[in-house]
Ligand binder design. Structure first.
Ligand SMILES: NC(=O)c1ccc[n+]([C@@H]2O[C@H](COP(=O)([O-])OP(=O)(O)OC[C@H]3O[C@@H](n4cnc5c(N)ncnc54)[C@H](OP(=O)(O)O)[C@@H]3O)[C@@H](O)[C@H]2O)c1
Length: 273
C-alpha cells in the first residue's frame, strides 16, 4: 500500500474501499471480504445508511481499530453548527468507535462554514484525526478556505480518466489538500472496462483496464476508493501498486479527458455555497 502524508502529518492510504449502496446483511459480508482482501481505508457516509454495518465489520474482522482509516461524511441533515456537533456524536455512536480518521462535509451546502466549525472543534478535541470537504469545485474551494482557521486536509470529488480534474488537484495541492476520487470507474456512466486505450496499455503491463484507470489517478497523486461487491474485483482493484505507467501511457490516457463532469450536479447555483 502507498500512503500520502496529509497536511497535519497523518498518513492516508492511496487506496480505500467505497461503500455506497453496501447495506444490510449482504453488505456486512461485502465489507468483511474487503477487509480480508486487505482494504483498511473504508469510506462511508451518514447518507449511505451503512455506518452501523461498517462499525460491525471492523469489530467482527478482529483487525485492530487503529489499523483502519475510517472516513465518514456529514450531509445536509446536519446543516448548522449545533446539528453538525450532534452529527459527529451520532457518527461515533453508530460506527462504535471513539475517533473518526477523516470527517468530510459531503457537499457544499450553504451552511458549510458553520458546519465546518463543529468539525474543527471535534478535531481539536481529538475526536477526528483529519477534516475535509467533498464536491467543492475550484471556485467554491477558494471561497471556502478564506474562512477556515484550519484548512481542509482532503477534498473528495468526481475524478476518473474522462474527467480527472488535474487542475483542481494542483490547486488543492498548493493549499496542502489531498484530492480523493469518487466514481473512479464513472459509476457506469462510461464503459470504462472496455475502453480500448486502457485495455491496450493494460495488455502491456498485464493489467486490466480498471487497474490502469485506478493507477492513472494514483500516479497523478489522487486517492481512490473503488467499490465492488465481488471479491475477485476487490482483489483486482487492490493490486495496483506493483506496476507503473510510463510517460507515454500517462499522456495517452490524459487524452481521454473530456474536461467536463459526467454528472449533472450543482447546476442550480443558488442551492449551493
Ligand atoms: N463524496 C461523494 O459525493 C461521493 C459520491 C459517490 C461516491 N462516493 C464514494 O466513492 C465510492 C466509489 O464510487 P462508486 O462506488 O459510486 O462508483 P465506482 O467506484 O465508479 O464504480 C463502482 C461500480 O463499478 C463496479 N466495479 C468495481 N470494480 C470493478 C471491476 N474491477 N470490474 C468491473 N466492475 C467493477 C461495481 O460493481 P460491483 O459492485 O457489482 O462489482 C460498481 O457497480 C463510493 O462507494 C462511495 O464510497 C462519494
Amino acid at each position: 500500500m502507498q500512503y500520502k502524508q496529509l497536511s497535519n502529518n497523518i498518513q492516508i492510504p492511496y487506496l480505500g474501499f467505497g461503500t455506497w449502496d453496501v447495506r444490510g446483511k449482504e453488505g456486512l459480508n461485502v465489507l468483511l471480504n474487503a477487509i480480508h482482501v486487505g482494504y483498511r481505508l473504508i469510506d462511508t457516509a451518514h447518507m449511505y445508511d451503512n455506518e452501523e454495518i461498517v462499525g460491525k465489520a471492523i469489530k467482527e474482522s478482529k483487525v485492530p481499530r487503529e489499523d483502519f482509516f475510517l472516513t465518514t461524511k456529514l450531509d445536509r441533515t446536519f446543516n448548522s453548527y449545533e446539528k453538525a456537533k450532534q452529527g459527529i456524536q451520532n457518527a461515533l455512536t453508530t460506527l462504535h468507535v471513539d475517533y473518526i480518521d477523516l470527517l468530510l462535509l459531503h457537499e457544499p451546502y450553504p451552511q458549510v462554514e458553520q458546519m465546518y466549525q463543529a468539525l474543527i472543534e471535534a478535531y481539536e478535541e481529538g475526536l477526528i484525526r483529519a477534516i475535509g470537504i467533498s464536491n467543492f469545485n475550484e471556485e467554491r474551494y477558494l471561497k471556502f478556505i478564506k474562512h477556515c482557521s484550519i484548512l481542509p486536509m482532503v477534498n473528495q470529488v468526481e475524478s476518473h480518466v474522462y474527467y480527472p480534474q488535474l487542475e483542481l488537484k494542483d490547486t488543492l495541492e498548493k493549499h496542502g489538500a489531498f484530492m480523493q476520487s469518487w466514481g473512479s470507474f464513472t459509476e457506469g456512466q462510461r464503459d470504462i472496462f472496455h475502453e480500448e486505450r486502457l485495455i491496450e496499455i493494460g495488455r502491456k503491463c498485464q493489467k486490466s483496464a480498471g487497474q490502469v484507470a485506478l493507477r492513472y489517478l494514483v500516479q497523478n497523486g489522487i486517492g481512490v476508493i473503488p467499490k465492488s461487491s465481488h471479491i475477485e474485483r476487490m482483489e483486482e482493484n487492490f493490486n495496483i501498486f506493483d506496476f507503473e505507467l510510463d510517460k507515454e501511457d500517462l499522456s495517452l490516457i490524459k487524452q481521454l479527458d473530456e474536461k467536463h463532469s459526467l454528472f449533472n450536479w450543482y447546476s442550480n447555483k443558488r442551492m449551493w455555497y
